[in-house]
Design a protein around this ligand. Structure first.
Ligand SMILES: Nc1ncnc2c1ncn2[C@@H]1O[C@H](COP(=O)(O)OP(=O)(O)OP(=O)(O)O)[C@@H](O)[C@H]1O
Length: 628
């Protein structure tokens, strides 16, 4: 069989280009990445050997060996793990199959600093070898097969794979070090790097010099060690390994369960939001071990999807080692661990939210939208705990509001927790429906994540007995709420005004209804507005407007339900029009009604429904106003 040369997938080429240039100051991490891959390869084989012991019959002592050749200027890493077939070499070291890769590559800017931080989120794994080497060789033989393969590349666009002799299973990676990377030939330097980054790897990492083998790391599973013996740095490095991560853990949860089911859990919440968090294929990164043996990192049911940002390890004593993936699917042990794990993580998040609200706000910005999925997905099970954890932007200020905080701030006479669902904070703040609430000092929560629309609808019992109410649907019932400081007028005065204005506006309302016909569901006065003359709201029994907009955008709904047009009886324009109607001067009212309606649509961020008629009417009004 002849050697075959192929081009790297375009994304890999781009990645290699930044790897070679950007991550300069931290380039020693290449060793951690390669050791991490070697350890994963040992983990994988140890698992396969449970059902096929022949695979490791000749050599069951997993080990990662490092050696340096001063003369040839090469650094070599070898493992006796699972190895790769020819096809796997192409798949793993020529492409990046990870979800979200193309989105990541699109963001590459050419600005070294930005790209470096981007890479931090993405993780470059094997390709980091090209930070220190200008040529890399990977000689590998898959466990159970007799042929070996040699992968070679200078990282500049192409790689070659050829058949090659290899006496034993596993992988040997040879790095031809760049001129300025000779420091990685020194044992001392290598030892320091291994201790710093790979001490916790559960396989021995040894330095080989002639016949001598010197173990550089502790080689015990970190999660089984007592917490008191583990430093923050140990946790951090383990997180880098297990999560293939470059950022630091934002929160570490480490515990040992000793009840009916025994297991260790060591979980991390990242401090950076992974770029693929909302990718449909995104799964959690929690690995399942059984009695220190890695089983799988693709286990459904261990971590709920709304905690998919978690990374780490669960190591169970009470599952059989030869457990199959199918058996894990509906396993009661796994279900019990999942429940306990979720409770523990939520409990620790609650503590952190209380003790360090600022740090929690950071977490919330990264993962809040995901956590909220739990309110919708898992129904009752963790609802109480999640309701304590949710945070919102609100009209109360820049700080995030909790539901408890909101309830404490509720005004006398206020029965509901008010919210507005909108595309983003700016859109929420610009909503006319908010005006009356702001004026009265009644806080309104901004619900700006798409998932919000779904979970609020499941809150039949409200929060602590208070219903959640959208301010863009149904009546505003602001009158029942006692005025806040923001409103100067006495309540008696307000009532008086209302009576007067409503009387005056009644005639106008009838005329506008007649003019608009079925375009609107109803026309009525409101106390929801203070600056704007009109706004649209959904009828109590209809779908909230933001949800409808969202569904229309996603082509899940063709037609919008007619809205209720609300008019502000205190606005000069409405008062003026009402006066005209009262005086019987109604010839311009039909045009005015349409203009009011279109205005309300514009305020809603929606296109005018009839641009041509709108322009004509608008021009006519202007002409009149100019007296031309
Ligand atoms: N020493 C090795 N033995 C066997 N397979 C390996 C080895 N090194 C790498 N691989 C294979 O190559 C794949 C790609 O490795 P790479 O380090 O680029 O990415 P990764 O480990 O999957 O993820 P990350 O980029 O987050 O580190 C691995 O998933 C693994 O299948």
């Amino acid at each position: 069989m002849a050697a075959e040369t192929r081009s790297f997938q375009a994304e890999v080429s781009k990645l290699l280009h930044i790897v070679a240039n950007a991550l300069y100051s931290e380039r020693e991490v290449f060793l951690r990445e390669l050791i991490s891959n070697a350890a994963d390869a040992c983990d994988k084989l140890r698992f396969l050997a449970i059902s096929d012991p022949d695979l490791t019959a000749d050599d069951s002592a997993f080990k990662i060996r490092i050696s340096a050749d001063e003369k040839a200027k090469t650094l070599t890493l070898s493992d006796n793990g699972v190895g790769m077939t020819e096809a796997e070499l192409h798949d793993n070291l020529g492409t990046i199959a990870r979800s979200g890769t193309s989105a990541f590559v699109d963001e590459i800017s050419g600005d070294a600093k930005k790209d470096t931080s981007l890479i931090g989120q993405f993780g470059v794994g094997f390709y980091s070898a090209f930070m220190v080497a200008d040529k890399v060789e990977v000689l590998t033989r898959k466990a159970g097969e007799s042929t070996g393969w040699l992968w070679t590349s200078d990282g500049l666009g192409e790689y070659t794979v050829a058949p090659a002799e290899k006496a034993t299973r596993g992988t040997i990676i040879t790095l031809h070090l760049k001129k300025d990377a000779k420091e990685f030939l020194e044992k001392q330097r290598l030892q320091t790097i291994v201790r710093t980054y790979s001490d916790h790897i559960p396989f021995p990492v040894v330095f080989v010099e002639g016949e001598d083998e010197d173990t550089l790391n502790q080689a015990s599973a970190l999660w089984t060690r007592p917490k008191s013996e583990i430093s923050d740095d140990d946790y951090k490095e383990f997180y880098h390994h297990v999560g293939h991560a470059f950022d630091d853990p934002w929160m570490t949860v480490h515990w040992k369960a000793e009840g009916r089911i025994e297991y260790h859990g060591l979980l991390f919440v990242p401090s950076q939001r992974p770029f693929d968090l909302f990718h449909p294929e995104r799964r959690h990164h929690v690995k399942l071990y059984v009695k220190r043996v890695f089983i799988t990192d693709e286990i459904e049911g261990l971590v709920p999807s709304w905690l998919r940002f978690l990374k780490g390890v669960v190591d169970c004593e009470d599952l059989p080692l030869n457990v199959s993936r199918e058996m894990l699917q509906h396993n009661p042990v796994v279900a019990t661990i999942s429940k306990a794990l979720t409770k523990r993580v939520l409990g620790d998040l609650a503590k952190k939210a209380k003790k360090e609200p600022e740090a929690y706000a950071e977490f919330w910005r990264n993962f809040g939208a995901v956590l909220k999925e739990g309110l919708y997905a898992d129904g009752a099970e963790h609802k109480e705990a999640l309701l304590d954890l949710v945070r919102f932007k609100s009209t109360a200020g820049d700080e995030l509001a909790s539901l408890d905080g909101y309830i404490e701030r509720m005004k006398e006479g206020q029965e509901a927790i008010y919210y507005i669902a909108a595309e983003d904070e700016a859109a929420a703040k610009a909503s006319p429906q908010l005006e009356g609430f702001v004026k009265k000092g009644v806080e309104v929560l901004f619900l700006t994540d798409p998932i919000d629309e779904f979970w609020v609808q499941t809150m039949f019992d409200g929060v602590k007995g208070k219903p959640l109410k959208s301010i863009t649907r149904g009546g505003a019932d602001l009158a029942a709420i006692k005025s806040g400081d923001a409103e100067k007028k006495s309540d008696a005065e307000t009532k008086d005004d209302e009576a007067k204005d409503t009387g005056l506006v009644d005639g106008l309302i009838v005329s506008v209804k007649l003019a608009l016909g079925a375009t609107v569901k109803d026309v009525r006065t409101t106390d929801r507005l203070s600056e704007s003359p009109v706004c649209l709201v959904a009828d109590e029994t209809d779908m909230d407007m933001n949800l409808e907009r969202m569904l229309r955008q996603h082509k899940q709904l063709d037609q919008a339900a007619p809205r209720v047009l609300e008019v502000n009886p205190d606005h000069a324009l409405i008062k003026g029009l009402a006066k005209l109607v009262q005086d019987g001067r109604t010839d311009g009212i039909e045009d005015a009604a349409h203009l009011l309606f279109e205005q309300a649509r514009i305020l809603e961020g929606e296109p005018v429904s009839d641009p041509k008629a709108f322009t004509r009417r608008f021009s006519e009004v202007m002409v009149k106003a100019l007296g031309a």
